[in-house]
Design a protein around this ligand. Structure first.
Ligand code: ASP
Ligand code: MG
Length: 452
């Protein structure tokens, strides 16, 4: 058995859905389970419709309805009663929001769930119309049970048993389950979502819990790239990568997979394959447990950059030989629900980085009571993910390049056994540094192994 996941852009319209079905057909002997996102930008459109109902009291689903009805028509399917019923339900929900002018996180999850519930029904109807044995599963019928942390719910461990109980008999019966990504239900029976991009996690969870052969992510890129294609023109896909490396990349800017999506597969060692639905023959990227430290491979897998990073510098002589100071600092961030990305400490100071989106006014006030605080905005994290055994070489080459082009490095972090070297430079210098690093680490000589 395998799991095949298709994201919003892969199922954006009738033509894309036909194409996806062709891809699925090539894998029938492997017994696929299909996981789908909402069509195109439907999730965003549903959230916008919710906002409009909340703020202006208006109910507007015309464009959402149009996309789905046109797709049904273009796939030459008869009118789908179930889709009609769901659209009516959606209209009633939005009328309710417009009336009471309230949109709680729980209602928001119910609202966005319509996207995936509709997309799987259209896809399965089409597959059936061409004699494929497809069957729709709302995630909760496929064993997905979560906590009640609406808009970013976490799956309960019961799911590990319930999913195979529901899915495996279908596979035995030669059914192709078509499962809604992104969704679950909590123990009270309310619909929840796993966070934006959460369909990735749906797919890896099914694959891992059912001990499937592999999970395939069909995207619109050739795989995980050696650098951001918007910065580097001749970037290449990385063919093999470890889970750790992929997770680091997902976290630091390469938005290929949902950051938590890798977790179930790491547990079971299920390989993750990223493929391009626009370029089926490209090998894609394979993620598995085997180390990247093959002798001949280049030291670096990929280079990412994440812009708009804020550095917080906290300096206190109280830190000298003390205990509990770092705990105190981090508890301030925890209390304000702020996620810290990178950390570097010296004897009397700690520097950390955050996303610029946070408002730091309160934090600054609180930290100022225990230390000197300085906030610097407009920075980028450059992360080099590669072979940990060659970290000295990676550091030497990277900093030499920064020196050559005259870019001051403001902060550095490398974990003890980690595959990631990260450093901070200013936003305005990020593209140039990524280009120079890419040229150095991915030059043709490097690939032939005759450099150094
Ligand atoms: N449709 C949801 C989103 O756009 C979930 C997903 O696509 O993974 O975030
Ligand atoms: Mg999406």
């Amino acid at each position: 058995m395998i799991v095949m996941k298709f994201g919003g852009s892969s199922v954006a319209d009738a033509a894309r859905l036909r194409h996806v079905t062709e891809i699925i057909k090539t894998q029938l002997s492997k017994k696929p389970v299909i996981v789908l996102s909402a069509m195109g930008d439907t999730t965003d459109h549903l959230l916008e419709a919710g906002d409009l109902a909340l703020k202006d009291g208006k109910v507007q689903i015309k464009h959402i309805e149009k996309l789905h009805q046109e797709t049904i028509k273009n796939l030459k399917l008869p009118a789908q009663k179930e889709i009609g019923t769901l659209m009516e339900e959606l209209t009633r929900l939005l009328s309710g929001i417009a009336l009471i002018r309230e949109l709680t996180p729980r209602t928001k999850d119910f609202l966005v769930s319509f996207g995936e519930r509709v997309s799987v029904r259209i896809a399965a109807a089409y597959m059936k119309s061409i004699n494929m044995n497809a069957r729709v599963f709302d995630a909760w019928e496929a064993g997905f049970i979560s906590n009640s942390n609406y808009t970013r719910a976490e799956l309960l461990k019961e799911s590990w048993e319930m999913i195979p109980e529901k899915i495996l008999p279908q596979i035995k019966g030669n059914v192709i389950p078509v499962v809604t990504g992104f969704l679950a239900k909590d123990e009270k029976g309310n619909i929840t979502t796993l966070g934006r991009g959460g369909s990735d996690l749906t797919a890896t969870m099914i694959a891992a819990s059912c001990r499937s052969e592999e999970v395939q992510f069909w995207k619109d890129v050739d795989g995980i790239m050696t650098a951001d294609p918007r910065i580097i023109k001749d970037t290449k896909p990385v063919q093999n990568i470890t889970y750790d490396e992929a997770a680091e990349l997902a976290y630091f800017g390469a938005q290929i997979l949902h950051p938590r999506a890798m977790q179930p597969c790491i547990k079971t060692g299920t390989p993750v394959q990223i493929k391009n639905s626009y370029n089926i023959d490209a090998p894609g990227t394979r993620t598995s447990q085997t180390s990247s430290a093959q002798k001949k491979s280049p030291p670096v897998r990929a280079i990412t950059s994440k812009q708009n990073i804020t550095i917080v510098d906290i300096v206190s002589t109280r830190m000298l030989g003390q205990y509990g100071f770092l705990a105190e600092v981090f508890s301030v961030f925890a209390r304000h629900s702020i996620s810290v990305d990178m950390v570097a400490t010296s004897e009397v100071s700690v520097s950390l980085t955050l996303d610029a989106a946070y408002d730091l006014t309160e934090i600054k006030k609180e930290l100022s009571k225990i230390a000197g605080v300085e906030v610097r905005t407009g920075n980028s994290i450059i992360s080099i993910v590669g072979n940990v055994k060659r970290s000295s070489e990676i550091l030497a080459r990277a900093f030499r390049i920064c020196q050559l082009i005259g870019v001051p490095v403001q902060m550095v972090s490398q974990g003890a056994s980690k595959v990631n070297v990260s450093f901070i430079i200013s936003d305005s210098e990020a593209a140039e540094v990524v280009r120079a690093l890419h040229m150095d680490f991915f030059s043709p000589q490097e690939k032939n192994g005759d450099k150094h």
